[in-house]
Design a protein around this ligand. Structure first.
Ligand SMILES: NC(=O)c1ccc[n+]([C@@H]2O[C@H](COP(=O)([O-])OP(=O)(O)OC[C@H]3O[C@@H](n4cnc5c(N)ncnc54)[C@H](OP(=O)(O)O)[C@@H]3O)[C@@H](O)[C@H]2O)c1
Length: 276
């Protein structure tokens, strides 16, 4: 059974690819920018012919979430005879705040889960790798400028998300994961402020943490996060987590058999993010 990995340049896609190759599986990697990725094919998910080409001969798919192209994907996957789709969604799809109805991941989940194939939805919370985006601010200004420094998160290592995806794909369409959604977090709740303290402790790089007001954050972050509904949902989520430890989900351990990697492990695994 051949497996298609979309979003090829993404951190999780790369880890899923490496794991499937190590397991001896037949894999096709697709990207919107294949020139950046040796061996990858081009995929424009908004283009039916491009989708049909990418899905030709494919039985299983690791899919990055995109509400604008989800219906086209379902049609193309059914036409191609795809048997299993593992969707990289988000914990935000479960949000019960006033912005949840507009959450793009919830919208994608509804469409993708309606297809005629086995589906498993991975719902990770905050990625530890967001610290890479913070590092760009540190290089430029010595600061990390984010809202809700005292909001609690349980950030997850991208390899743990990939490990769950690998288990599900290797189990196959008739395995135990069909129809399930896995909320995924890291193993410990901590404030965003404490994550910054750990970065300095681990790297020795001094960082000024700047607690943006919601208005400042909307102005500064809308330049990098172009989806206003997603940004509004995130802001409401952070506001709700101030002074409220984040639940630690058991799914990584239940599905993979190993405990989730800590933020200190992530910093150890990514030694040059703040120091090169
Ligand atoms: N960052 C977080 O804290 C967090 C938390 C929960 C969920 N998520 C979700 O996880 C996903 C990856 O997040 P990230 O920010 O960490 O990025 P990332 O791992 O750097 O991945 C970005 C990749 O997404 C792929 N992509 C983007 N739009 C796509 C589309 N329409 N169709 C197929 N692939 C597409 C691109 O692949 P190509 O250009 O190679 O095609 C790109 O390389 C996003 O859906 C995000 O909403 C993120």
């Amino acid at each position: 059974m051949k497996i298609l990995i979309t979003g090829g340049r993404g951190k999780i896609a790369r880890a899923v690819h490496a794991g499937l190759v190590a397991a001896g599986r037949d894999v096709r990697v697709a990207s919107r920018e294949p020139a950046d990725l040796p061996g990858a094919i081009a995929l424009n998910p908004a283009h039916p012919v491009s989708l049909a080409n990418a899905l030709d001969g494919i039985s299983q798919v690791f899919l990055y979430s995109d509400p604008s192209t989800a219906e086209l994907f379902v049609e193309a996957a059914e036409n191609a005879g795809v048997k299993q789709v593992v969707l990289l969604s988000s914990l935000s799809s479960q949000a019960d705040n006033e912005h949840a109805a507009g959450d793009p991941h919830a919208a994608t989940e509804r469409v993708i889960a309606g297809g005629d194939y086995a589906t498993t939805r991975l719902q990770p919370g905050t990625f530890m790798s967001n610290a890479i985006y913070w590092s760009y601010q540190v290089r430029a200004t010595g600061q990390i400028r984010i809202p809700y420094l005292d909001a609690e998160e349980a950030p997850i290592h991208e390899q743990d998300i990939a490990d769950v995806a690998l288990e599900v794909l290797l189990d196959g369409p008739s395995g135990n994961h069909n129809g399930l959604a896995y909320p995924l977090t890291g193993p410990e709740s901590m404030t965003r402020r404490h994550q910054i303290e750990l970065i300095t402790e681990h790297t020795g790089v001094p960082i000024e943490a700047v607690d943006l007001t919601p208005d400042q954050a909307l102005e500064e972050m809308s330049a990098v996060m172009r989806n206003p509904a997603q940004l509004a949902s995130l802001m409401a989520y952070w506001a709700s987590r101030v002074g409220s430890p984040h639940p630690v989900e058991p799914s990584v351990e239940l599905v993979t058999g190993h405990s989730g990697r800590t933020f200190t492990t992530w910093l150890h695994d990514n030694p040059t993010v703040y120091t090169s």
